[in-house]
Design a protein around this ligand. Structure first.
Ligand SMILES: CC(C)(COP(=O)(O)OP(=O)(O)OC[C@H]1O[C@@H](n2cnc3c(N)ncnc32)[C@H](O)[C@@H]1OP(=O)(O)O)[C@@H](O)C(=O)NCCC(=O)NCCS
Length: 158
């Protein structure tokens, strides 16, 4: 778990953009350029297997994107460990992220690891889609993508 080298960065960005369909991630009404954010990568035998992009503001670390390119192999858990270490190192006392109502895997993943649901914005994705029609209407498990949910993990002293 580490920051990518300058040489690796273009390939990391390509992979993250491919996973999300665009370099810009619109969450809670804000468009994040994923290629402009700091990244933590998970590598296995020289191959990129996971990546998380984030920003730290006012003692809070927000995850803009988190991807395990091979699911259910422990990559997400390892990335989250690196996220928490980075947050602590940078003096943040909270890690949070936004996901959508269809993303049951992420809702499960984060809650199993101590995150609490701290916010819901009904219709937020519908609203973003008016500006960006390329946002899909149907997501995981055939569920219509409409709402945003915020999850947060408070970091206690180690
Ligand atoms: C959400 C996400 C990051 C989780 O990553 P992941 O690598 O699948 O997570 P893990 O493998 O660490 O954990 C998932 C489950 O698989 C289990 N698992 C891990 N390794 C395993 C193995 N070798 N065999 C079987 N199960 C395993 C874990 O125990 C865990 O189950 P638990 O929650 O009951 O403990 C991943 O699903 C993902 O990239 N989703 C798409 C993008 C996304 O939605 N991101 C989040 C919103 S930004």
């Amino acid at each position: 778990m580490r920051a990518p080298t300058m040489v690796e960065l273009p390939a990391v960005h390509r992979r993250v953009i491919a996973a999300w369909g665009a370099p810009i991630m619109v969450v809670h009404g804000v468009g994040y350029d994923l290629t402009a954010l700091p990244v933590i990568v998970a590598m296995h035998r020289g191959h990129l297997v996971g990546a998380v992009t984030y920003r730290i503001d006012a003692g809070r670390m927000e995850l803009a994107s988190m991807n395990a390119f091979q699911p259910r192999r422990g990559i997400g858990t390892a990335l989250l460990g690196a996220v928490v270490r980075t947050a602590r190192h940078r003096g943040a006392d909270l890690v949070w992220c936004t996901t959508t109502n269809d993303n049951l895997d992420a809702l499960r993943f984060y809650q199993r690891r101590g995150f609490r649901l701290v916010g819901i914005r009904p219709g937020a994705v519908d609203q973003s889609r008016r500006r960006r029609p390329e946002i899909p209407t149907v997501g995981a498990y055939g569920i219509a993508i409409r709402d945003e949910l915020d999850l947060a993990l408070e970091l206690r002293s180690p």
